[in-house]
Design a protein around this ligand. Structure first.
Ligand code: FRU
Length: 474
């Protein structure tokens, strides 16, 4: 009997304006690209269950980065070159064709999940909907001799008429690294060598997943998701990290010299980023809005996982800012509140929050004001964000797992806070993306938001109801 896709049994945590699959599991965003008038985003997807399994590529497209239509599954595993999964990868447009590069995953069949091998493959499409796997796959059959079997997540770009592909990998010495290949035609790939690698296991990890490399504001940025970095004080507290290096590429041998690794998002639920260059030159990014091995209560309902909102990256003083794309203003429906008010000690800013955007303008607040923004229901506390002006520190506490996450700011204070609330997610952008917290939450009762201040202060705040049906599912 043919296997059937899992169905969503309960809509309680389904998001209103974030990309999910129509059913089943998703993880990493893949293949973010602009092609023939549409942005396309793909994602790691297992449509047969609410858990990770043989990876397919789910697919959605949008003309405006706001309203997305899901499309048929683009890649299904099971062919000789991708027997046990079409793992993460990227997309590139050449002439009138959209090319996908992805990792073929293969188990040796002894029931040991770490006993696998990986190769790199290509698929192409002219209409951006139906994809054909390249008949001469794999385009890269095996890892270099000094590499372990961790060899995946191709990111391809074009530079001065040459195509480059970087891969996340692990050197035989057990350290994470990025290796690079080049090609004239996207079909034949030649190994160039290692681009950069972890300086130590504890500091930079054993395997670098989902690398992405681009020029931004005059520097070269390597964005990646290392596994195995040890927690250090208030940093690297997630199981796996997503962050970046800023540096310089040596174009003669494609090695990359860079500064220290920095986390990109300070929340619990952000991993495996994928960027693209918008037609107007902006560098846009999606992340997976979850974390490996965290609780995912929506699994009880027949699905799991979502992508973050699309965000724009920019670089200032070596720090990567990440703010929601301006197109998201098109989500706004009705303005529920738009006021300037003096707060003595505490004030409810909004209630009945489901699909809402909340903007707080702290311009008038004095530099030494401590504040807490809390998101609670009438039955439970959910999440609190506190600003400590003495240390320029932000502390986010989640009450479900009782774990704090921390961020700092370089600016002299927090002057703005933009929050996107959806049925089961909260994304908080401080100072236009200087510090960001991405979080999932699970509560069937709607949230209310309160602001507490340690001295009387004046703020402006706006609340918009947002479109709750921005994504259409097939
Ligand atoms: C990152 C990752 C990738 C891999 C994919 C498999 O979350 O582990 O390295 O390609 O997920 O689904």
């Amino acid at each position: 009997m043919e296997k059937e896709f899992i169905e969503v049994k309960n809509e309680r945590y389904r998001l209103g304006y974030h990309i999910m699959a129509s059913n089943g599991w998703i993880n990493d965003p893949n293949g973010f690209v602009y092609f023939n008038g549409y942005y396309h985003i793909f994602y790691q997807h297992h449509p047969y269950s609410e858990k990770w399994g043989p990876m397919h590529w789910g697919h959605a497209r949008s003309k405006d980065l706001v309203h997305w239509e899901t499309l048929p599954i683009a890649l299904t595993p099971g062919d000789v070159e991708d027997q046990d999964g079409c793992f993460s990868g990227s997309a590139i447009v050449k002439e009138d064709t959209l090319y996908l590069f992805y990792t073929g995953h293969h188990y040796y069949g002894d029931n040991d999940p770490d006993h696998f091998w990986q190769n790199q493959n290509m698929a192409y499409s002219k209409d951006g909907i139906h994809f054909t796997k390249y008949e001469h796959n794999p385009v890269i059959a095996k890892e270099p001799a000094d590499n372990t079997h961790h060899f995946r997540d191709p990111k391809v770009w074009e530079q001065n008429g040459v195509y480059y592909m970087i891969l996340g990998s692990q050197e035989n010495d057990g350290l994470g690294r990025v290796i690079i290949y080049r090609s004239k035609d996207l079909l034949d790939w030649e190994y160039v060598g290692p681009m950069t690698k972890a300086k130590s296991l504890a500091e930079e990890g054993f395997m670098w997943e989902c690398p992405d490399f681009f020029e931004l504001d005059g520097s070269s940025v390597l964005l990646l998701s290392p596994q195995g970095i040890e927690a250090r004080g208030k940093d690297y507290l997630n199981l796996f990290q997503t962050g970046y290096f800023v540096g310089t590429l040596n174009e003669s041998d494609m090695t990359y010299a860079h500064k220290e690794f920095k986390e990109l998002d300070r929340g619990h639920d952000f991993y495996a980023t994928q960027t693209t260059l918008a037609p107007d030159g902006r560098r846009l990014v999606f992340g997976w809005m979850d974390m490996w091995e965290s609780e995912m209560p929506e699994q009880a309902d027949g699905w799991a996982g979502a992508l973050t909102l699309p965000r724009e990256l920019s670089l200032k003083d070596g720090h990567l800012y990440m703010k929601p794309v301006r197109e998201l203003q098109a989500l706004r429906q009705e303005t529920q509140c738009d006021t300037v008010q003096k707060i003595e000690a505490e004030c409810e800013l909004a209630h009945e929050l489901k699909q809402h955007e909340l903007i707080i303008d702290f311009e008038k607040i004095s530099l030494d004001t401590a504040w807490t923004l809390s998101f609670d229901t009438n039955v439970a506390q959910v999440m609190h964000l506190t600003y400590d002006p003495k240390n320029h520190e932000l502390i986010l506490r989640r009450t479900d797992n009782n774990e704090a996450r921390y961020g700092t700011i370089q600016e002299e204070k927090v002057f703005s806070c933009q929050v996107f609330i959806d049925t089961s997610s909260i994304e908080i952008f401080l100072n236009d993306g200087e510090t960001v917290f991405t979080e999932r939450y699970y509560s069937e009762a709607p949230l209310a938001c309160r602001l507490t201040v340690d001295q009387p202060t004046t703020i402006a705040h706006t609340v918009y109801a947002l479109d709750s049906k921005a994504i259409t599912y097939i």
